[in-house]
Ligand binder design. Structure first.
Ligand code: NAD
Length: 395
């Protein structure tokens, strides 16, 4: 298998690549990988945990390589044993990013990641950007290639039915160079799906979720899934919220307050870039409970925490005889460590889906996402059952 990552030098991408290589060299076990559970026995026949190549697009540090960029993240976070890092040096130095696009990525990206090295900054039109990205992908890919977007969170671009509502409208906008209507996550999804490369959107950005790109996936017979990896606080929320329903307890209010540092935290400190993340994290409670209690969802930048995200949750609920009670929890995790294995899992399941002739949105992968496409199942327990049943029906 091969894996193309949009945002190749980020901490999630570099940790995912390092993790796969460390497991291959026998330097780490497979803890954290859903695909290695007993329930998915046999998956290795179709989608082994064995990626022969990694590549991707970036908009910064293009003279660097994956090892150097991983090392910078490691110096900040010490998120795994130094001996692993040392043993992977040669392997990872060979992996180099190609120039991507930062179209409509918002102030957060433009300011925090400057100097931005992007195709539009070189004066390319939308059509030329698409051509260049496609060329990179086609030079890299084989039959078993999956692409996953792990680039920085981009702002919500207003929906425009003329452009986003149909493939014809979308391709017309590309031809007419309507740069204000198309974001980088859409372009990445477009070039992947057009070339029959399964696409996963690990970010809260739009990606392949617009009708135009869903139509393209159907047309080319390509599977895709997203949006926004469910790795931490939201995983706990969507696992815990069903408990209140099962016991007929009424949730009156749910407050979630997140603090994080690192590049991701810096980008999210810009209101424009933060919005899509807040929406993604906030709506899950109402979806699970079937009613919408009062909620507060906040994310703030806290530099010294680096990638160690901490989420404080306060839940006010009502029980028998109208009594009001409280539950508190704190989630404290290294963001990249909880996210990286899921990137490998999503890639393996999408490749499996392609081999089983599945096309369009694979809603059964909802288990991995905060804002799953084409399903109203947000309950983690139900999502897991859905995933296992789907796998059993196809294997
Ligand atoms: P990061 O800031 O470390 O990495 C993002 C990388 O993307 C950077 O190297 C940046 O240069 C690059 N980039 C930005 N815009 C780009 C573009 N348009 N094209 C190509 N590259 C681009 O962030 P991270 O912590 O690795 O998170 C990556 C993404 O995953 C974010 O969108 C985040 O919201 C999402 N996510 C992370 C978690 C988690 O870490 N637990 C959970 C869910 C979702």
């Amino acid at each position: 298998m091969r894996l193309w990552l949009f945002g190749l030098y980020g901490i999630v991408a570099t940790t995912a690549v390092a993790g796969e290589r460390a497991i291959k060299k026998g330097l780490s076990d497979k803890t954290g990988l859903v695909t290695e559970l007993e329930q998915f026995k046999g998956l290795e026949k179709y989608s082994p945990l064995d990626f022969d190549r990694f590549g991707g697009h970036e908009i910064r540090s293009l003279d660097s390589n994956l090892y150097e960029e991983l090392f910078k993240h490691w110096e900040e976070n010490f998120h795994f044993d130094y001996r692993i890092l040392k043993a992977l040096k040669e392997d990872l130095e060979e992996i180099k990013a190609k120039k991507g696009t930062a179209l409509n990525c918002g102030e957060g990206v433009l300011q925090e990641l400057k100097p931005i090295q992007s195709l539009e900054n070189d004066g390319l039109t939308l059509e030329q950007i698409v051509e260049k990205l496609e060329k990179d992908l086609l030079e890299f890919c084989d039959e078993d290639t999956v692409a996953i977007d792990v680039a920085s969170t981009e702002p919500v671009l207003p929906y425009d039915d003329e452009v986003h509502g149909s493939l014809e409208g979308f391709e017309k906008a590309i031809k007419e160079n309507k740069k204000d209507k198309i974001s980088s996550s859409m372009i990445y999804a477009y070039v992947s799906l057009k070339n029959k490369i399964p696409f996963g959107n690990f970010t809260p950005g739009v990606g392949s979720s617009i009708p135009a790109l869903k139509e393209l996936a159907q047309k080319t017979g390509t599977p895709h899934a997203g949006n926004d990896g469910k790795t931490g606080e939201t995983l706990v929320k969507t696992t815990l919220a069903p408990m209140f329903s099962y016991r007929n307890l009424k949730v009156l209010g749910w407050m979630g307050y997140n603090i994080l540092g690192d590049l991701d935290g810096k980008v999210l400190s810009h209101e424009q870039n933060k919005e899509s993340k807040i929406v993604s994290k906030d709506k899950v409670i109402g979806k699970i409970l079937g009613y919408y209690p009062y909620t507060i969802t906040e994310i703030n930048y806290f530099p010294s925490l680096k990638d160690n995200k901490t989420a404080f949750n306060f839940i006010h609920y009502q029980g028998f005889l109208g009594a009001k009670m409280k539950l508190y929890f704190i989630w404290d995790a290294i963001d990249a460590i909880v996210a990286a294995p899921l990137v490998l899992d999503i890639a393996r399941f999408l490749n499996f889906a392609k081999k089983k002739n599945q096309k369009g949105v694979i809603k059964e992968l909802a288990f991995f996402f905060k804002s799953p496409m084409e399903t109203e199942v947000y309950n983690t327990h139900e999502q897991f059952e859905m995933l296992v049943n789907w796998y059993n029906s196809l294997k």
